[in-house]
Ligand binder design. Structure first.
Ligand SMILES: CC(C)(COP(=O)(O)OP(=O)(O)OC[C@H]1O[C@@H](n2cnc3c(N)ncnc32)[C@H](O)[C@@H]1OP(=O)(O)O)[C@@H](O)C(=O)NCCC(=O)NCCS
Length: 157
């Protein structure tokens, strides 16, 4: 699958997508509001998935989202991102997800991420900054806790 960096003509679509699916163009992580539109963003295929990152070491995977699940798109994005970061000498990739997101917890751990921190009730604080964060996930689990995971990019893959 083709994975490429976003282009100028993706901006309008990306902003609409983030508003629709994520309640806005900011992500709240560690009590910080991160505007996502200025960040480097990988796009899979014909806008079939996105990975938004924040540079640094550790680098942050701010958002990974695919439009049709279980078709290998998330894996393709994560592989492209890891290759890019390794080539730049970055050692660690971090991601934060929430307690309800069983699919993401499975997906990341299957791909070498290790759980690092459980921040109980962190979503309550995040909701004060971004009230659009839902109270209950579609699977019925209340969204309340943040889980930080890390991928060691120096290990063989
Ligand atoms: C978490 C998420 C990004 C995973 O992406 P995905 O594209 O569904 O993941 P993949 O398809 O690459 O892999 C998932 C499963 O699909 C199956 N799969 C992978 N490639 C496949 C292929 N070519 N054909 C059929 N099935 C395939 C595998 O069974 C894989 O399971 P495994 O992890 O046990 O190997 C996706 O579920 C998502 O967008 N969720 C909503 C947004 C979200 O919550 N993001 C995380 C918070 S930051």
């Amino acid at each position: 699958m083709d994975v490429h960096w976003k282009r100028d003509d993706d901006e309008h679509w990306l902003s609409g997508f983030l508003e629709r699916e994520w309640g806005g163009t900011t992500m709240v992580v560690h009590d910080e509001e991160i505007p996502m539109l200025p960040l480097p963003t990988l796009i899979a295929g014909e806008r079939e998935g996105i990975a938004i990152i924040r540079d640094g070491d550790p680098a942050d995977l701010v958002l990974l989202h695919v439009m049709s699940q279980n078709a290998g798109i998330g894996t393709a994005l994560l592989t492209a991102l890891s290759d890019h970061l390794r080539a730049r000498g970055v050692k660690t990739l971090r991601v934060t997800t929430t307690n309800d997101n069983l699919e993401a917890l499975r997906f990341y751990q299957r791909r070498g991420f290790r759980l690092r921190t459980l921040r109980s009730n962190a979503v309550e604080a995040a909701r004060r900054l971004k009230p659009s964060i839902p109270l209950i996930a579609q699977n019925g689990i209340p969204i309340s806790d943040a889980l930080d995971l890390e991928l060691d990019l120096t290990r063989p893959h």
